[in-house]
Design a protein around this ligand. Structure first.
Ligand code: ADP
Ligand code: MG
Length: 695
């Protein structure tokens, strides 16, 4: 009698022999709950223990199995007591070195004994050496068998040894033999791509036969690895598509304004929109006119003028009788938006509300009431906009600035603030240009617009990299610029995460600079200041009542003061590329030539050197993003590392980017042709991590 094999996804690892409570807990730490999870926990590399290598052919760095006879065994009393054993096999000889050894081990390794060893070859003082190799005693005339497959080395956690991993994966593979791992990719899909079936790919990766190229495996370019990465990318893509489709099924108010307010604002502006701004605005207006909720990502390099586009989009919504919520990730940035929007909208007779965590009591109540009764057309704020008691009478549009700091879930939460069954349209703005392949994967649930043009008359910021030993010269330079009527930023960075320490450092720097720069007005802004104080300082800087603004990295995002033309960044070597780019983007906003000084503390590490070099070479945000991706990897670039949203188990967006376009096309095809496979795919790869309810 045969029954269908139990699904390995539903089979807890604890059913495997060898998984008691302790190991279960260790496995859980790595997110391994089911036998299927265990099968998807792939080796990071492999050792070749399938053949015995002649000692004479070894090179430093090789990991190899050797076998030979002990010629000499000797205890040395140097700095550390050690047992040295010379092993020879006719092709050459090598030294085995042990710092810890028992009397029994020593007794076994006497002249004439035959040993088989595995270890990594190193350069020793006299000859090549294996330090603490694994040793097997070979009894006379009894050739012990070698391994049949490459030996997998698993990513591990405290307390789990490689032997345990091998043992557990062997048991899981035994179960796999009986089925239970459903193939979810259609045969035709596999055939077209010359990809192996799932079970075969998994089996191969856990126990590769000796002839599989190790090099291919460790670079993750093996068809079996690509097969799994492909399926994972596909699942991810599908989950976002499903979200998007579901989103499109909801209703949204179709908004079309009469252009009256927009025209009034445009007439009042001292500039005209760039072609790119007009194009993106038109795309947004197209979205707003639809009866299903828009979700659009607007990318634009720092200084490309996203704010005015957001304001004009907001006006279109207000003209159509609906409300707008504008959300920013930091208080400082939200305050700046507030100031801009008030400058622009109050003259048009529109009220602009404010909600932040620090805004409490009566003032907050007034704003909340006005949103609920619909009398307040627009509110600017931080996460505080999410609070439960914030209810809108007619929310039509949500604008989120600097998306990379928010996750998918927050994106969805604000959406639920719409009235009744209706969902507001949503625009997400980011100044972090995201390389296309990455954007297509990370934001597959969004439409994409790019403001790919800077307003005219901008001159690229000239950037120099200076060792902090020449700090005095930099201070002179600040003095010079300020005396010519220009303004400067001085950004302090600290490794310490603590806001208090950062604030302290900025205070010290500000005091020292104020001393050195007699007669100049030095301001200070950091995360510990009260909102009102921060706003006052930023306002004074904007009004040119402050010459030099000393700041922590709070000025990173969005701050806009066109007369500032010099930016000094201390300890620039500690910052990532995108953060440097954001900071530098605070200058170069006016017509005059701007400068950026990247101060570093020598010696410079290799990565830091590369980063600062990139900053000197280019000011193109997309190019910088591309280089950043190479240096840091996708998780960091998207800023989602902590949230785990973009953490893949097997796929790697940088390495596997060539598959992204294919994955996208296939996602559509699967949704149309094999809809029944979609939910299981999502469930297999991300279901337990992200709750896409009801998928
Ligand atoms: P970001 O895209 O980085 O948010 P901002 O919206 O802060 O950029 O705009 C940067 C600066 O450029 C602001 O001072 C803004 O008023 C100005 N600006 C925006 N659009 C134009 C334009 N078309 N022509 C000239 N200046 C513009
Ligand atoms: Mg901005």
């Amino acid at each position: 009698m045969s029954s269908a094999p139990a699904s390995l996804a539903e089979t807890p690892v604890t059913t495997l022999k060898g998984v008691g409570p302790k190991n279960a807990e260790r496995l859980a730490r790595l997110g391994i709950d089911s036998v299927q999870d265990l099968l998807f926990h792939l080796p990071v590399r492999y050792q070749d223990r399938t053949r015995i290598v002649p000692i004479g052919s070894l090179r430093p760095g090789d990991q190899a199995v050797i076998q030979g006879d002990v010629e000499l065994a000797d205890i040395r009393y140097g700095r550390r007591r050690s047992l040295l054993v010379r092993l020879a096999d006719g092709s050459g000889s090598i030294t085995l070195r042990f710092f810890h050894f028992s009397a029994a081990q020593q007794a076994n390794m006497t002249r004439g004994a035959c040993l088989r060893c595995f270890g990594e070859v190193r350069n020793g003082p006299q000859s090549y050496e294996l330090v603490h190799p694994e040793v097997q005693y070979v009894a006379d005339g009894e050739p012990a068998a070698v391994e049949q497959a490459l030996t997998p080395i698993y990513p591990t956690t405290e307390g789990m040894h490689q032997l345990t991993w091998r043992d557990l994966s062997a048991r899981a593979l035994d179960q796999l033999q009986r089925g239970g791992l459903q193939e979810l990719l259609p045969d035709s899909v596999l055939a077209e791509r010359h990809m192996p079936p799932l079970a075969a790919a998994v089996r191969l990766l856990h126990r590769p036969p000796p002839e599989e190229s190790q090099r291919l495996l460790s670079a993750a370019g093996h068809p079996a690895q690509r097969r799994l990465a492909f399926e994972e990318l596909l699942a991810h893509q599908l989950s976002l598509r499903v979200l998007r489709r579901r989103q499109r099924q909801r209703g949204a108010p179709a908004l079309s304004g009469d252009g009256r307010l927009q025209r009034a604002l445009l007439d009042a502006l001292p500039f005209t929109l760039t072609d790119a701004q007009q194009r993106v605005l038109a795309q947004i207006e197209g979205d707003l006119g639809q009866q299903h909720p828009a979700l659009r990502l607007v990318q634009g390099d720092v200084g490309s003028g996203k704010t005015i586009v957001a304001a004009l989009a907001a006006l279109a919504c207000i003209e159509a009788g609906h409300q707008v919520a504008l959300m920013a990730p930091t208080e400082l940035l939200a305050e700046q938006h507030l100031r801009n929007f008030r400058d622009w909208l109050v003259p048009l007779g529109l009220d602009v509300g404010w909600l932040s965590g620090r805004n409490k009591g009566k003032r907050r109540a007034v704003t909340v009431d006005a949103l609920a009764d619909g009398s307040l057309p627009l509110v600017v704020g931080t996460h505080a906009l999410f609070q439960d008691d914030v209810v809108f009478a007619r929310l039509g549009l949500v604008i989120v600035d600097e998306q990379h700091r928010f996750g998918v879930h927050q994106r969805l939460a604000l959406r639920e603030k719409g009235a009744g069954q209706q969902v507001p349209h949503q625009i997400v703005m980011t100044a972090t240009p995201i390389p296309r392949t990455l954007a297509m994967t990370a934001y597959a649930d969004l439409d994409l617009s790019v403001i790919d043009e800077l307003p005219p008359g901008r001159t690229p910021v000239s950037t120099v990299v200076v060792a902090d030993g020449r700090r005095d010269r930099v201070v002179e330079r600040v003095a010079l610029a300020c005396r010519e009527g220009r303004q400067a930023y001085w950004v302090c960075t600290l490794i310490e995460e603590s806001e208090a320490l950062q604030a302290q450092a900025a205070e010290d720097t500000a005091a020292a600079l104020a001393d050195a720069l007699e007669g100049l007005r030095v301001g200070l802004v950091h995360g510990r200041l009260k909102a009102a104080d921060k706003e006052a300082v930023m306002g004074a800087f904007k009004d040119a009542q402050i010459d030099l603004l000393v700041a922590t990295t709070v000025v990173e995002v969005g701050v806009d003061v066109p007369n500032a033309s010099l930016m000094v960044i201390e300890n620039a070597e500690r910052l990532g590329l995108s953060q440097l780019h954001q900071l530098r983007g605070r200058v170069g906003r006016g017509a005059q030539q701007s400068h950026c000084v990247l101060l570093y503390h020598p010696p410079l590490g290799e990565v830091a050197q590369e980063r600062l070099g990139v900053m000197r070479e280019t000011s193109d945000g997309f190019e910088i993003a591309r280089r950043d991706l190479e240096i840091r990897g996708p998780g960091e670039v998207l800023g989602t590392r902590q949230t785990g949203e973009m953490q893949f188990r097997i796929a790697d967006l940088l390495r596997d980017q060539d598959m992204v376009a294919d994955v996208q096309a296939l996602a559509d095809r699967l949704l149309d042709e094999h809809p029944e496979r979609v939910a299981p795919l999502i469930h297999r790869w991300i279901g337990h991590k992200v709750q896409y309810a009801g998928v």
